[in-house]
Ligand binder design. Structure first.
Ligand code: B12
Ligand code: SF4
Length: 503
């Protein structure tokens, strides 16, 4: 009888237990692996003793391979820790890293002695093929698309593989997570919000974006029947009452969206998604009627910059006037736009930042409910971009504040240094001066106290109102600097910060 491979899948801890959402990457991989073998999942967001739980599972039963899902930023350190522990206790078990980190930084991931394989892009086909090959006497590794591996001292990158939205005809194996209901959370959308991914990829190729680096401009939408089936299961079997879509970009071409919007309108589950200003502006009144009926509560829109020139340079494909228009359009349709900006670019750093602050004020005048997220612009290294895009509109060489070239980490360990975790989280960059860093923090403090986010379920309304009143004069007179009294008050209220706890 052929051997049926067993794989252990690991989601290293990245968020608090209460913020844990379905580990969708591992659920998709488990569904694929279980067609010709079996799999188990350890979710470090829920099993807080990640290393202990992993080793316990491995002691209980033999696994042919371990797959670790890693995104850049705070997930790298626990991924290293669990991989090192597995290598020390089970040295013969192959360790495979997949997800955004090994896709964008493949050589860096494989520089580690505890990473044997890196899967680039989607793992749904590559991982089962790799695990099956590892069970053979002479594994034919070179023929598995999307896999990078070590051949002696050399690193071999097999060709990329095409993305697919294959449908097994059944819902994801949620029961592998123990009680899947514990992943439903109380949010501003509802009492039991569920995370779901319907489409994959994004047809755009913004130079700074990890999604563009992963998908290279590919997008695939699900059939309406599939969305209906999946959401019905989540609603009627698991009791979900609202949805947060992790789709890279939910709104695509209007004619393709209408059947999906009809499903949403019938299901009556308030929802949140990623969108683009141009896609929303292009919707007809008929589609907006569906959007309103479906109860889209909030759309996260990458506004990025108020500078048309910068938007062109990063290949965003939208214009600042569209950002202003979409804020107004959303207001009229009862959808809160969550607009994210990237301040402090490496060139014209101070001017662009101040320009963005003024633009945000204009947006707030147009739509006071608009939510604002301020990130630091931290472009990807050229080597991380999708192979189709490398060399096209390269970003100018990056220099730190002393004019020295920025050298990106070459090992996973270097990526765990605080300044690189901040870089991956778009929270800091080597070209920022202390004064500008403080200026940005102060602006964000005044802004979020003046306009507390509706996503904050923890702070009582009276506390939010008081903070907002305290921040009013600073906001009105642009007195952002050193808002000590707001920081002090915020220490008691602890307002939620969407850029840290959001997506
Ligand atoms: C959910 C999510 C989170 C969750 C964590 C999820 C978890 N692991 O528990 C939370 C909210 C905590 C989070 C945090 C962050 N995130 Co996040 N997140 C996402 C999001 C929205 C969805 C991921 C997802 O579930 N996709 C669905 C599954 C099916 O797809 P997938 O994860 O890509 O998995 C497939 C492949 O990657 C691959 N794969 C994945 N793992 C593995 C493992 C193996 C072994 C193999 C073989 C293959 C494989 O196969 C999978 C199935 O096809 C993505 C955007 C997106 N839509 O992808 C951003 C995204 C991944 N996050 C990103 C980032 C940067 C972050 C942060 C580090 C920073 C930030 N400011 O957002 C923060 C950390 C914040 C902090 N201060 O702590 C970036 C990564 C880009 C990059 N340059 O690396 C993304 C792409 C958002 C973006 N557009 O910039 N995030
Ligand atoms: S920034 Fe948005 S639109 Fe641009 S590639 Fe990334 S997901 Fe797509």
């Amino acid at each position: 009888m052929p051997h049926s491979p067993r794989t252990l899948l690991i989601n290293p801890t990245i968020t608090s237990r209460s913020s844990a959402r379905f580990p969708l990457s591992l659920l998709h991989l488990a569904a694929a692996l279980d067609r010709h073998g079996s799999s188990e999942i350890v979710d470090g967001n829920v099993d807080r003793d990640l290393v202990g739980e992993t080793l316990r599972r491995m002691e209980q039963g033999r696994f042919d391979a371990v797959g670790v899902s890693v995104m850049g930023g705070p997930q790298v350190a626990p991924a290293i820790e669990v991989s090192q522990a597995i290598r020390a206790r089970f040295p013969a078990t192959p360790i495979i890293w997949g997800g955004y980190f090994p896709t964008l930084y493949t050589d860096t991931a494989l520089a580690a002695p505890y990473v044997d394989f890196a899967v680039r892009g989607q793992g749904d086909e590559s991982l089962p093929e790799l695990v099956a090959a590892l069970g053979t006497r002479e594994p034919a590794l070179a023929s598995i698309g999307g896999v990078s591996w070590k051949n002696g001292n050399a690193i071999v990158h097999n060709p990329n593989r095409r993305f697919s939205l294959g449908d097994s005809g059944v819902v994801l194996p949620y029961d592998k997570l123990g009680d899947p209901r514990r992943y439903l959370a109380r949010t501003f959308l509802g009492r039991r919000t569920v995370a779901h991914q319907a489409a994959i990829g994004c047809r755009f190729r913004c130079t700074f974006c990890g999604v563009a680096a992963m998908f290279g401009g590919t997008t695939m939408l699900p059939a309406a029947e599939r969305l209906q089936r999946d959401l019905s299961y989540l609603k009627y079997e698991l009791g979900a009452d609202s949805v947060q879509f992790f789709d890279h970009n939910f709104f695509d071409r209007e004619e393709d969206m209408v059947p999906l919007l009809e499903v949403m309108a019938n299901l009556d589950m308030p929802w949140w998604c990623y969108a683009r200003a141009d896609a929303l502006l292009n919707l007809s009144e008929h589609s907006w009627r569906l959007v309103r009926k479906s109860r889209l509560r909030m759309a996260y829109i990458g506004a990025e910059s108020p500078s048309g020139q910068m938007l062109k340079e990063i290949r965003k494909g939208t214009r600042p006037d569209q950002t202003l228009q979409v804020a107004e359009l959303c207001r009229r349709n009862g959808v809160i736009p969550e607009l994210s900006f990237m301040v402090a670019p490496p060139q014209n750093t101070e001017e662009e930042t101040e320009h963005t602050f003024e633009f945000i004020r204009e947006l707030k005048r147009i739509n006071p409910q608009a939510e604002i997220i301020v990130y630091i612009y931290t472009p990807l290294p050229e080597s991380s971009r999708h192979e189709k895009d490398r060399g096209k509109r390269p970003v100018a060489p990056l220099c730190d504040r002393h004019g020295e070239p920025v050298v990106f980490p070459r090992t996973p360990e270097e990526w765990t240094q605080p300044q690189w975790v901040d870089y991956a989280c778009h929270a800091d960059a080597p070209w920022l001066t202390d004064a500008l860093r403080r200026r940005i923090r102060d602006f964000v403090t005044v802004l979020r106290c003046r306009f507390p986010t509706v996503q904050d379920m923890r702070s009582p309304p009276w506390a939010k109102r008081s903070l907002s009143a305290m921040a009013t004069w600073r906001y009105r007179y642009r007195r952002y600097d050193r808002p000590w009294e707001l920081k002090l008050a915020d220490r008691f209220v602890r307002l939620r910060l969407p850029q840290a706890s959001g997506l």
